[in-house]
Design a protein around this ligand. Structure first.
Ligand code: PMV
Length: 322
């Protein structure tokens, strides 16, 4: 953290994980199911210090906003106002410092994680609590500023910090994991705002509704089979389903040469499956590997990607990272 603030002098702190979408991105905007998991190893953090006015300082992007004067579309001010309003409190005289390890606009849910970290720090500083469902709803409001028409999957998985089965408008469900699943996340280094990919798909869906609805049905059916495969610990099947999901994502126009190249590299190094994760057009791929193939796949991807992260799903239903 590069701030002049004494890091030991804070009133409160909060953090939240990144996330990956395993199956069903884009189709989830059109009410099909999706599966997502937290990536606890990369996180957003917020610290609160006493001050004279309420302001948020995002140190990574060197951005400071005075909450009382901020426009309605400012995402940092928005989460502060929402939490204060949920708690019936006026804006506190606090300086909220934010730092995130999660790359921005790369499909790892950085916007949702930053808002959640701020919300958690505020709750701690106010010595207050809110149900996770309320917290998730507040973060969803901020997601709307980032994404336009978000499905709600990012705020859900980031706030609950659990793998989730998500259908828009329904209560998110967690589910069991039959065997450890090792994923390698590799970043193309190309920032791609989700809003752009979502708008591109919407335009194409409007022009060719039947075709896109058919593809979304196919993605929905892959996602259902993927849940069964995760529950059964059937890694090979899961890998094949990732490959099929990726082909359909390419068909709706959200893959890119760089994403395809990373998927190919993962397969050449022995991955069971690989696909883009999140909005696409840039951002990350995820690759699934048998335990003994994690290192070769990660090494091959590291030679080509901007950044590589491992994350695992374990049978206890918890996600962990290395
Ligand atoms: O790019 P991400 O990780 O924020 O994921 C977006 C997922 C989409 O399905 C493309 C959009 C959404 O709101 O669910």
């Amino acid at each position: 953290m590069t701030t002049a603030t004494n890091p030991n002098n804070f009133l409160a702190t909060g953090s939240a994980p990144g996330k990956i979408i395993l199956f069903g991105e884009h189709a989830v905007v059109y009410d099909r199911p999706a599966i997502a998991a937290p990536v606890s190893h990369v996180r957003a953090h917020a610290w609160i210090y006493p001050d004279r006015v309420c302001r948020v300082e995002a140190v990574d992007i060197q951005y400071t906003v005075m909450v009382a004067e901020a426009p309605v579309y400012d995402p940092f001010a928005r989460i502060v106002r929402l939490i204060c309003s949920e708690l019936g409190r006026s804006l506190p005289p606090w300086r909220i410092v934010v730092h995130s390890d999660i790359p921005i606009a790369s499909g790892l849910g950085s916007g949702a994680a930053i808002a959640t970290a701020i919300a958690r720090a505020l709750l701690q500083a106010f010595d207050a609590q809110l149900p996770l469902s309320v917290l998730s709803r507040c973060v969803y409001e901020v997601e709307k500023l980032h994404h336009g028409t978000p499905s709600g999957i990012d705020n859900t998985v980031v706030v609950y910090e659990q793998p989730v089965w998500f259908v828009r408008g329904q209560r998110p469900l967690t589910f069991s994991v039959g065997a450890p699943l090792h994923f390698i996340v590799a970043d193309t280094g190309i920032a791609s705002p989700t809003k752009v990919a979502v708008a591109k798909v919407r335009q194409a869906w409007q022009a060719e509704t039947r075709r896109y609805e058919t593809i979304f049905n196919q993605i929905g059916s892959i996602t259902k089979r993927a849940r069964q495969a995760i529950e059964a610990g059937a890694r090979r099947t899961l890998g094949q389903l990732m490959r099929q999901n990726q082909a359909l994502l390419a068909e709706i126009g959200v893959s890119s040469p760089e994403l395809e190249a990373l998927c190919r590299t993962a397969y050449q190094a022995g991955a069971l499956g690989a696909k883009l994760s999140g909005g696409g057009l840039g951002g990350n791929i995820i690759a699934l590997a048998e335990p003994d193939k994690v290192k070769p796949v990660a090494d091959a991807l590291a030679a080509q990607a901007k950044r590589v992260i491992h994350t695992e799903l374990y049978p206890s239903n918890q996600s962990a990272t290395t």
